[in-house]
Each structure stands twice: as C-alpha cells, then as structure tokens.
Write a new protein. Structure first.
Length: 379
C-alpha cells in the first residue's frame, strides 16, 4: 500500500508535523504565502529572468540532469548570492561541493532578498538569541548564528529553470537538503510545479521511527507552487521532492531556492556537530519557525492575552515585503550596481584582449548522486 496523499494541509490547518531525518523525528514547519501581484510583475519582468535559452550559460546557468531517463525534460540551474553587495562571495557550490566565487544575483532579485530579511529581522533576532543560549561548543548552532548575524540567510541562491516533458509526482526524487537549508525560502517566479513532502502528525511517530523505515502516519503532502508562491521551511529535516508540469520554453517553470550562504570552512565546521547537537539546534529552529505562522490570539483578542498592536503582530509572523519596501532597497543598491557594472565592463574588455583560458567542464550529476557522494560524517 502506497503512502497517503493530502493536498495543501498548511492552507487548512495549523497542525504540527514530524519529519524523518538522520537525527530522528523533528518538528516540520511549512509556511506558504503569495507575493503581491505588483511585486510578482516586478520580479517577472527582471531582465535576468527574461534571458533567452541560448544566453543562459553567459549569465551563469548550466544544464543539470536529475532524471537521466526523462530526456525530454530540460533543467538549467545557476548559482548566485543574495547579499547586498555587487562583489562576488566565495562559498560552497550547492551541487558539486567545491568553493567558488559566487556572483551576485540581479539587482531586482537582490533587492527582494534584502527586503525579505529586513521585514523578518525581529524573529531572526529571536532565533539568534535562542541559539546563543545553547552550549557555546555546538558547531551547528554557532554556524547558523554567524550566518544570521551577517545577514547571509536566504542569500545562497539557486535559480532553476525547467521545461519540456512532465516530471510527475510519482517520479519525484525524495531527499533531504544539505545543512544550508537550516532555514530556506523558495520563490516561484513562473510556471507551475508541486512540492511533495513527507511528515506525520501521529503522536507515536517519534518512537516508531526508531524501529521501522515505514513509520505509522507517514503522509505525503502536496503543496502546489504557482507564480508568486513563496514558502518558508527547513528542507534539511524534511524529506521532499518536486513534480513539474509539461511546459514549453515560453511558459517555463522558474523558481529560486534561497538558502543559507556558507563558506567552505563554515560548512566543514558544522559537519562536525554530533547527532545530539544537530537535534538541539534544529529543535530550536523548528520551535522558532512554528511561531511564525500567525500571532497567537487569546479569547480577549490580544496576542498572548497582552495589549499587542497590529504592528507587533506583523513583526511576529513571517511576512513578505511589499513592492514599496523592495523599491526602497533597490534605490539604495542602485549606485553600487551601476559602479559594479562599469567595473565589470572594463574587466570584460581586458579579458577579450587576452588569450582565452581553457574551459573546465564538469559532468552534470543528479542531486541525489551528489548527496550520496558527500554525506555528513556520522558521530
């Protein structure tokens, strides 16, 4: 008997689900919102997302293969950073695992990511405080605190383009992400896809996972991702996979995965955490995200029974920026981007005058294959 399937549980209830991870059963949070239509149009019209297929490799994309037998499904992926600077940032390649100078994302996308961090700063500060109260020797907590304090959350960007033949939900490659998905935002720019994730709300699930690979109550959920869909979760502890609708280039699926931006040394350090340290860290992360769904309201109408204003409620929950808030950041960063473009043009002219370097091509591998080849050490 196959797994039970429910559709979009996060839209109809606030149940807490448990997910199966290598650290045991941990609380899952899945919070989905939708961009305002004017902000979605602003992002969709970004020249970066309008790049023709023949020019994708020129702006940092490369073709990836996750479904070798589905030859009619085309997948491109590009890797960028979402820090508020035009300078490249040396960090881990999400697919191959080596360090490289990650280029900045487009000005519009970077402005959105920076605005997203700003409007959610109150609860990320809360997460920092909770993690700092843990054992100072916990490398997982220490690594996440560093990323949050330096505004590198949601800054490791993988821009994904899918088109061609369908990848049905029955072919979804279920996996858990790497640790850079401690906290993770996924942004749908165009097209339709479905996110499938597995979890249980059975109270005996936590004990059951210790003795069986098919614990009771383990349900596969489907969350439909439309243009403008945005979700916040921790795919590091959530088994998940994605299905893609059949589409042409003109109605291609474009999504941006926004993870934590780690350097190679930081990545190596957090991998030294023990199972218990990971459990402690992810429990705090999960507890903090669970409170982002909505401000708790008492029967008297006040959050937690106190005199909480609507403004404080907005600070309490995970929310998306407005177009006005994104444009404020855009105007702040515009001079930096203009200067960066000028410098890049000068460097390009110099490169064109120099002998071409031999290009090193890496064979595309599946995400699952890469993760199997680069597992975190067992403690």
């Amino acid at each position: 008997m196959g797994p039970k399937l429910t559709k979009s549980p996060s839209k109809r209830n606030e149940e807490q689900y448990l997910g199966l991870s290598r650290f045991g059963a941990l609380p899952i949070n899945f919070i989905q919102h939708t961009l305002d239509s004017d902000l979605l149009s602003f992002l969709q019209s970004d020249p970066f997302f309008q790049t023709p297929e023949e020019n994708l490799t020129k702006v940092g994309y490369s073709q990836a293969i996750d479904y070798p037998d589905l030859t009619g499904h085309i997948y491109y992926e590009g890797y960028y950073h979402g820090r508020a600077t035009y300078a490249p940032y040396n960090s881990v390649h999400p697919r191959y695992g080596f360090d490289f100078d990650k280029p900045p994302a487009s000005l519009r996308l970077t402005s959105f990511i920076e605005a997203l961090r700003r409007v959610n700063s109150s609860w990320t500060d809360e997460m920092i405080s909770a993690l700092k109260n843990m054992s100072p020797g916990n490398p997982a907590a220490k690594g996440l605190v560093t990323v949050l304090e330096e505004n590198r959350h949601f800054a490791d960007l993988s821009s994904q383009i899918h088109f061609g033949d369908e990848v049905p939900g029955t072919r979804a490659l279920f996996h858990n992400d790497a640790p850079n998905s401690f906290i993770h935002v996924a942004l749908s720019i165009n097209g339709r896809r479905s996110l499938f994730w597995k979890g249980s709300n059975d109270p005996d699930f936590a004990e059951d996972v210790k003795v069986t690979d098919t614990p009771r109550g383990y349900i596969t959920h489907e969350e439909k991702q439309m243009p403008g869909s945005v979700y916040l979760s921790s795919p590091y502890i959530v088994s998940h996979g994605v299905g893609y609708r059949k589409s042409s280039w003109d109605d291609r699926i474009i999504a941006v995965q926004c993870r934590c931006l780690f350097t190679g040394d930081e990545y190596d350090a957090i991998h030294k955490a023990t199972t218990e340290e990971w459990q402690d860290t992810m429990t705090i992360v999960s507890d903090c995200l669970a409170r982002r769904r909505s401000a708790p309201v008492s029967s008297s109408g006040d959050a937690d029974g106190s005199d909480t204003t609507e403004a404080l409620r907005e600070n309490y929950i995970f929310r998306l920026p407005t177009l006005a808030e994104v444009l404020i950041v855009h105007d702040e960063l515009l001079p930096v981007w203009n200067q960066g473009d000028e410098t890049e043009n000068q460097e390009q002219e110099q490169r064109e005058e120099s002998p071409p370097e031999q290009e090193v091509k890496l064979p595309p591998v599946s995400l699952l294959q890469f993760m199997k080849q680069n597992p975190p050490p067992e403690k």
